[in-house]
Write a protein that binds this ligand. Structure first.
Ligand code: BES
Ligand code: MN
Ligand code: ZN
Length: 502
């Protein structure tokens, strides 16, 4: 990741290989704000370029021009924020900064400076510009034998002179750097092929992160998972030649605060989901190395949690395994027993995430006495049908946890939309031979999955985030590169930052 710096300067005085200036459509039209001064210094060439290239300042548009020695910055990059109505949000700036980082890469710039537009709170602006630029510079290229264009090595966020010394601005820069680093860590794991990111490799990566961050780490293997009675988890992993892992990372503050009821995050960690004997079709299977994105997000968030050092405990848990067909695989019509004693008839081996999560949620609820449980999972294609590929679903009973998650998402810039847990669908999960079956009927698949998970939350206040859509992207978008996005890591960070311990 590039290094991050704060600078105090006017746009005209900022030094960089590429200086990015986010602008609204209104500013471009009137050539107002910092554009007027820059155009004067460039002898009208800026206005000419804007006109000739048809740059209007709409969102996602960029215009790069060489400054021919007229400015300390070698190149100027105008980045569209859209119309003023949408342009005032930190997220618009985050997206613009992401485009700026890509433009810097294309121009071969080693250093990028991003101007925080006036009108935004400076700390919010620093955070958004820094996160956008650092994440926009992200690339997963370790398996490419031909090098792509370089990316910037240094990112500077530019504030009006003096403001760069404010404690809030410095704090925002530190938080953005920690968050972007964690997101890049999570993206890397999501992007790794499944032969590299096996359950034990994922556990090792989490363990390394935890140790480096000063967290408590526990890693359990098959025998301990069996001893805990996690029959659903064991059922899913049976068809795989890879060993399962149960991992717990814990932030526990010193003193009395360490005894408070914890916030517990649980991530889905299926390192490859073939569907099992209910095998997926070829095309649906290709991206199923990303079926551990929930775990990557909750573990990545823990790195930021360790830096935030909140005055209450936070745990991140995941049960890692593969879902594979094979001679030992669990079968449709098998009956599994969860660690909370509930029995489940398997009607579809491709509904594996809820089985592993159910065991881990029940274990967390019983052993950690959480103030709240939040699980993150690439759980259903139905959620993608409902909300599209960029919006995550949040399900859970009415109450402060779902509300806090929605509010955290709003502040983070990640898109989250609430879905219901309709009582009418509960009957779908009734089985003739066991307490539950693992799939309902087709309609409302994301909701049935939520209702299934709820059976394992032990009445603990809970929210379930279905990130099957936005955890992964097939299109470059804003500060998202193709592949893992890190969603909803930033929401989790905001949730911890705003959490009020009981
Ligand atoms: N990992 C998938 C869900 C998924 C689908 C994630 C698309 C990302 C993109 C999950 O394990 C799954 O297979 N769910 C099934 C559930 C069904 C069998 C009830 C699904 O969505 O089809
Ligand atoms: Mn599946
Ligand atoms: Zn899955």
């Amino acid at each position: 990741m590039p290094t991050l710096h704060l600078r105090g300067a006017t746009p005209a005085a900022a030094e960089a290989d590429l200086l990015a200036l986010p602008v609204t459509e209104e500013e471009v039209k009137a050539l107002s704000g910092p554009l007027a001064d820059l155009d004067r210094r460039l002898s009208g060439h800026l206005a000419a370029a804007v006109r000739d290239e048809g740059f209007t300042g709409k969102a996602d548009a960029t215009l790069v021009l060489h400054t021919l020695g007229r400015l300390p910055a070698a190149r100027l990059c105008l980045v569209g924020l859209g119309t003023r109505r949408g342009a005032g949000s930190p997220e618009a700036l985050r997206v613009a900064a992401g485009h700026a980082a890509r433009a810097a890469g294309r121009a071969g710039a080693r250093s990028l400076a991003v101007v925080v537009p006036a009108g935004l709170d400076p700390a919010d602006g620093v955070r958004a510009a820094a996160e956008g630029a650092l994440l926009g510079a992200y690339r997963f290229d370790r398996y490419l034998s031909k090098q792509k264009p370089a990316r910037p090595e240094r990112v500077a966020v530019v504030l009006p002179r003096g403001q760069e010394r404010a404690a809030a601005a410095k704090e925002a820069a530190r938080l953005a750097e920690a968050t972007a680093g964690a997101v890049a860590w999570a993206r890397d794991l999501v992007n790794e092929p499944p032969a590299a990111c096996t359950p034990s490799a994922l556990a090792r990566a989490a363990e390394e992160l935890g140790r480096a961050a000063g967290l408590r780490v526990e890693v359990r293997g098959r025998r301990e998972i069996a001893a805990l009675g996690m029959g659903m988890f064991l059922g899913v992993t049976r068809g795989s030649a890879e060993e399962p892992r149960l991992v717990k990372l814990s932030w526990i503050p010193k003193g009395a605060a360490g005894k408070r009821p914890p916030l517990v995050l649980v991530g889905k960690a299926v390192t490859f989901d073939s569907g099992g004997l209910s095998l997926k079709p070829t095309e649906s299977m290709v991206t199923m190395n990303s079926d551990m994105a929930g775990a990557a997000a909750v573990v990545g968030a823990m790195r930021v949690v360790a830096a935030l050092a909140p005055p209450f405990p936070v745990h991140a848990l995941f049960g890692a395994c593969e879902n594979m067909p094979g001679g030992r695989a669990y079968k449709p019509s098998d009956v599994l027993r969860a660690c909370n004693g509930k029995t489940v008839q398997v009607t579809n081996t491709d509904a594996e995430g809820r089985l592993v999560l159910g065991d881990v949620l029940a274990w967390a609820a019983a052993t950690l006495k959480p103030a709240a449980l939040v699980d993150v999972a690439t759980l259903t294609g139905a959620c993608v049908v409902a909300l599209g590929p960029t919006v995550a679903g949040v399900l859970g009973p009415d109450g402060p946890v779902v509300e806090a998650v929605l509010e955290a998402a709003r502040r983070s810039g990640e898109e989250l939309w609430r879905l219901p847990l309709p009582e009418a669908l509960r009957d779908n999960l009734k089985s003739d031979v066991a307490d539950l079956k693992n799939t309902g009927e087709r309609w409302g698949g994301a909701l049935t999955a939520g209702l299934f998970l709820q059976e394992f939350t032990g009445g603990v206040p809970w929210a379930h985030l279905d990130v099957a859509g936005p955890s992964h992207t097939t299109k470059e978008r804003g500060y998202w590169s193709k592949g893992g996005t890190g969603v909803p890591l930033r929401t989790l960070v905001e949730l911890v930052r705003s959490w009020k311990p009981a």
